[in-house]
Design a protein around this ligand. Structure first.
Ligand SMILES: C[S@@+](CC[C@H](N)C(=O)[O-])C[C@H]1O[C@@H](n2cnc3c(N)ncnc32)[C@H](O)[C@@H]1O
Length: 281
């Protein structure tokens, strides 16, 4: 019991060197990615994605219910996240800013694609496809790279459930060649998978899944594992970010994995003010 408590306390340690995105790119000798001025993201894309998301009201309610155990431990989450979500679902006039230049989704895709591109991957894998926005951004930014993405066909019961026809919608819409693997990331036949230069983990955010994804892909990754949503409570407070259930599992799983595998990665970075953590070999 004491050992478990000590381990859990340890998981709250900060492991990452915090680095500004621009500084990281400079260190890598790499340029930023712009997905707006090259006409890739259009205002209509943001509007369509927003409309698709708004229509999945039932899954939103399911998601809010599943947050209950977290809310008991972090009541502040109601004010920071749940209430604004409810208000924006009721008030149809809010949240309709579809200007690509202002879009957080686009900014995040440019950062993710910039990070991945700095490793010049010839093959990369995304865990968790959703609408395929990140997968499309990776492929557009790195036409030289084979981009794989994995997602279960039936996502009911998983986080961010979508109709099958919507999974990967955006890369298909943009006519980009992304290799879709239809599976739960933890149920792949790992003996048949190739090695990836970069793996971006953004699937099921629970502790068990993130820990399994790390364990399964650490040896299948040659250069860097990028984890989305690595935001501790301390970092969230410092940078005024929402701290949610999708962060807790990621932080604890990454920290446990790093305690158990101290020599596996040469560098560990957190890109300042973002949810991206990089484990570099
Ligand atoms: C946060 S969304 C991904 C967003 C996407 N990476 C992007 O940036 O555009 C999480 C996705 O992971 C999927 N997912 C959940 N559990 C998964 C698992 N075990 N394996 C693969 N995908 C999973 C969900 O169905 C959802 O589509």
């Amino acid at each position: 019991m004491i050992v478990i408590l000590l381990m859990q306390m340890q998981y709250t340690l900060e492991f990452m060197k915090i680095i500004k995105f621009e500084e990281f790119l400079k260190q890598q000798g790499s340029d930023p990615i712009n997905l707006v001025s090259n006409g890739f993201f259009l205002n209509s894309d943001i509007q369509t994605l927003f409309d698709k998301d708004r229509s999945s009201f039932v899954s939103k309610v399911e998601k809010l219910i599943s947050y209950f155990p977290f809310v008991v431990r972090h009541p502040q989450f109601i004010i920071d996240f749940i209430l604004p979500q409810i208000i924006s679902s009721i008030d149809t006039s809010s949240n309709t800013n579809s200007d690509v230049k202002e879009s957080e989704t686009v900014k995040k895709c440019e950062i993710k694609a910039g990070i991945a591109n700095s490793f010049k991957p010839s093959r990369m894998l995304e865990i968790g496809t959703s609408y395929g926005v990140a997968a499309a951004s990776f492929k557009k930014a790195m036409p030289y790279c084979e981009v794989y993405t994995v997602c279960p066909r039936l996502t009911a019961g998983y986080n961010n459930p979508l109709e099958e026809s919507n999974i990967g919608y955006f890369y298909r819409e943009k006519g980009l060649k992304v290799i879709q693997l239809w599976s739960d990331s933890t149920k792949l036949d790992f003996s048949k998978l190739p090695v990836f230069d970069v793996v971006y983990i953004d699937g099921n955010h629970s502790f068990e899944y993130v820990y399994k994804d790390l364990s399964n892909f650490a040896n299948l990754t040659r250069k860097c594992i990028i984890l989305d949503d690595y935001v501790s409570k301390k970092i969230a407070n410092k940078y005024n970010m929402v701290y949610g259930p999708w962060n807790e599992g990621v932080v604890n799983a990454v920290n446990k994995f790093l305690i158990e595998n101290p020599d596996m990665f040469r560098e560990k970075y957190l890109i300042e003010g973002t949810p991206y953590c990089l484990l570099i070999k």
